[in-house]
Structures are given as structure tokens and as C-alpha cells.
Write a protein that binds this ligand. Structure first.
Ligand code: ADP
Length: 254
């Protein structure tokens, strides 16, 4: 992008306008770069499973009919890589939807009941104990579907990056309602705490490879929270565990 020349000594309006234009160009450049980075990351992530699929398919074509073991292994690999691609495409679509302004539908929600029900369902599918602690009856004004999406992202991370019981707490503070998701897992190193919200960022790919994520969950969560007027806080100590807080705006008084 071309910038507009700004004579240093002049302080007139034209010069101020040039300054504003140049600031806008700086912003545009950052976005442009980020988008390029996003496309290249996404292509890379899609290309990896595709390469595996391609090589197994070609193996099958050459030797599949004469080697039943190779046949079984190849079909298994192709199936699991195809599922991985499907998962990524789903997440990319979710992100793309969030690039447009999100439609938010606020309603009064009995949060404790909603969370209790989600915890019960998730507990069954994860086969993991989740402790739930609720202080009193909690009603909030929120977008129910978006809240569920947020809660699920954090709970799923707690499951992926820890092995013990996960704790969920709901607290009503004076001006807000806080939903905490606490795990006692591998934690996040202090220097990485800010970066984990970037698209495609994963702490130490080797450490987290077996969990099979793409580094998109937290960036998606940031977009959702912003749209629905919630805040997210993430505290973590490497080796000890992570606490995520979803902070909801105060409920309208009755
Ligand atoms: P994904 O989990 O799919 O990789 P996320 O965007 O949800 O993507 O998270 C980004 C990275 O942050 C993860 O790869 C992981 O390294 C780290 N992380 C997120 N949540 C936790 C957690 N509860 N405990 C430890 N590390 C976490």
C-alpha cells in the first residue's frame, strides 16, 4: 500500500488528514497480512490429511487386492483422515460465519439448569467425572445457543488437556455471573497465554498432537463472547492446570 507524504513541520488539516489515512493504511496492512497467514495455515492443515489419503489410496490401488492387512490398514487411515478433514472444514465454516456480524438472540436463561444438563450429557460421552458446584439460583440474560457453544469449547479443552476430574462452578458476584471451568491438566506456559487465542495456534504441536485439534477453538470462543457481550478470562499454570472463566453481564432486574 502507498502512504501519503507528510511534511514534518506542517500541522495543518491536510497534514492531519494524511496522518489519519496513513494510520488506516497501517491497519489495513496488518489485516491483509493476517488474512494471508490464515489462508496459508488453513491450506496447510487441509493438505496434510489429504496427502495421507492420497498415498494410502495409491497403495490400495497398487497392492490392495492382494494384501488384506494392507487393505484394512489403508481403509482405516483414509477414514480417520477424512473425518479429520471434515472436522476442520466444519470449524472453518463456523469461523467464516462469525466473520459476518453474529445474530444474537438474548433471552432469560436459568443458567444452573442449562449447565447441569450439559454437564450430565457431556460426562456420559466423555466418560469423565465432572464436578458441578452452583451457588444458588442463577438467571442471566444471554444467547442460549452461543453460551452452549462457548461452554462446550472450554469443557472440551479441559477434557483434552487433562486426565482428572474437571470442575465447573457457577458464581453470582455483585455485578456479574461467572462460570468457571477448572482442570488439573498440563496447563499453558505463561509466555504462550496470549498466543493461544490466535487462529491455528497450538502450544507445542508435539505435546498436543494426540488430541487432534486445530488451534481454532479459542479464537472462535473470542468471537462468540465478543458478539454476545460476555468476557473470557484464562488463568493457567504449566503442569498444574487451567481455569477458564466465562463472565456474563448482569441479568436484568425483575
Ligand atoms: P485446539 O484445542 O483445537 O488445539 P484451541 O484454540 O481450543 O485449539 O486451543 C489452542 C491451544 O491452547 C491448544 O492447542 C492447547 O495447546 C492450549 N490449550 C487450550 N486449552 C487448554 C487447557 N485447558 N489446558 C492446556 N492447554 C490448553
Amino acid at each position: 500500500f502507498r502512504r501519503i507524504a507528510q511534511p514534518k513541520e506542517s500541522k495543518d488539516e491536510l497534514n492531519q488528514m494524511a496522518e489519519t489515512f496513513n494510520e488506516m493504511i497501517d491497519l489495513l496492512e496488518v489485516n491483509y497480512e493476517k488474512q494471508g497467514q490464515f489462508v496459508s495455515n488453513a491450506s496447510h492443515e487441509l493438505n496434510t490429511p489429504l496427502t495421507v489419503i492420497e498415498s494410502y489410496a495409491s497403495l490400495l490401488k497398487r497392492r490392495g487386492h492382494e494384501d488384506p492387512e494392507l487393505f484394512a490398514e489403508s481403509v482405516q487411515a483414509i477414514h480417520s483422515e477424512a473425518l479429520r478433514m471434515k472436522g476442520l472444514i466444519e470449524q472453518l465454516l463456523n469461523l467464516a460465519r462469525n466473520d459476518k456480524p453474529l445474530r444474537i438472540e438474548m433471552e432469560e436463561v436459568a443458567l444452573a439448569d442449562v449447565v447441569a444438563e450439559m454437564v450430565r450429557t457431556i460426562e456420559k460421552s466423555y466418560q469423565r467425572k465432572i464436578e458441578l458446584e452452583v451457588e444458588g439460583e442463577v438467571t442471566v440474560q444471554t444467547d442460549l445457543q452461543k453460551f452452549k457453544q462457548l461452554f462446550y469449547i472450554f469443557l472440551d479443552n479441559a477434557r483434552k488437556y487433562s486426565e482428572e476430574t474437571i470442575k465447573v462452578r457457577i458464581m453470582t458476584l455483585q455485578h456479574e455471573v461467572v462460570v468457571e471451568i477448572i482442570d488439573y491438566g498440563i496447563g499453558i506456559p505463561a509466555l504462550e497465554l496470549e498466543k493461544v487465542f490466535d487462529r491455528f495456534y497450538r502450544v507445542d504441536k508435539a505435546r498436543t498432537r494426540k488430541t487432534g485439534g486445530f488451534g481454532l477453538g479459542l479464537s472462535l470462543a473470542t468471537d462468540i463472547a465478543e458478539a454476545m457481550g460476555a468476557k473470557i478470562s484464562l488463568e493457567s499454570v504449566e503442569g498444574l492446570g487451567t481455569t477458564v472463566k466465562i463472565i456474563l453481564p448482569p441479568a436484568l432486574s425483575h
